[in-house]
Design a protein around this ligand. Structure first.
Ligand SMILES: [Zn+2]
Length: 238
């Protein structure tokens, strides 16, 4: 009788124990993962426009706002994920969210964004856009918030402060109230970040540089994390 036959009962019991231990470990890790996931804060990043709606265009190059918005949004996604957030993007391709570009597409596009925000239960919403103005001299990043939301104002102040501190900032701005659908569609602290003016050649040139877009994303993330780290906001959203 060889070793296996003499000890097969013991070997069987050991194998069973190992299987049970492995199963329990896998279950525990899955549960731990679920719990960790449940405690992560969510941020919704909204790249404005898309598809047939390219937004405004660069005065020199004709670059579409929608393309720049998406690039900056991806950079923000990297930073928020590195900071431990669950990130939900409303738009992750060049396409809009309206389905077919038939009558009412803009409304359908905005409703889809609102639906994503409302079902994601985020701690904050950042909508990324580029500005345009009739006076080409107008420059700089500008943050908008919903007037009736004190937390949105606070988030906007923190992000605007970080943007104003960038070396490329030629004129410090205050955040502005804005009556926009994306700000009004939920009670979540929400801002629109207009990163620069595509009607201004200097801003346009900066926005076309990957290195500048990275700096912008760094500043927006810094402002948003500053907002969340204040004790009052952690009480509300932690
Ligand atoms: Zn826009």
């Amino acid at each position: 009788m060889n070793f296996f036959y003499r000890h097969r009962a013991a070997l069987g019991a050991a194998a069973l124990l190992l299987t049970v231990a492995f199963t329990l470990t896998v279950c525990f890790c899955a549960l731990a993962g679920t719990a960790a996931e449940a405690h992560r804060l969510t941020v919704v990043l909204d790249a404005g426009h898309g598809g047939v709606d390219g937004g405004v265009v660069g005065v020199r190059t004709g670059t579409k706002e929608s393309d720049i918005n998406l690039k900056i949004t991806f950079l923000l996604q990297e930073r928020f994920e590195e900071a431990g957030f669950r990130v939900v993007l409303t738009r992750r391709t060049e396409a809009g969210l309206y389905g077919m570009a038939t009558s009412g597409y803009k409304k359908r596009d905005m409703q889809k964004r609102a639906e994503i925000i409302q079902t994601s239960s985020p701690s904050l919403v950042i909508s990324v856009h580029q500005n345009f103005f009739s006076l080409p001299s107008r420059r700089g990043a500008q943050v908008f918030f919903k007037e009736s939301s004190e937390s949105s104002r606070s988030l906007a102040c923190d992000i605007q402060t970080a943007l104003n501190a960038m070396p490329e900032c030629v004129k410090r701005s205050d955040p502005l109230k804005g009556d926009y659908y994306i700000l009004n569609c939920s009670d979540t602290p929400s801002v629109i970040v207009e990163c620069g003016f595509l009607s201004n050649p200097e801003d346009e040139a900066l926005l076309l540089q990957e290195s500048y877009r990275r700096k912008l994303a760094d500043a927006v993330t810094e402002g948003a994390l500053g907002f969340l780290s204040s004790s009052a906001n952690l009480r509300n959203f932690g």
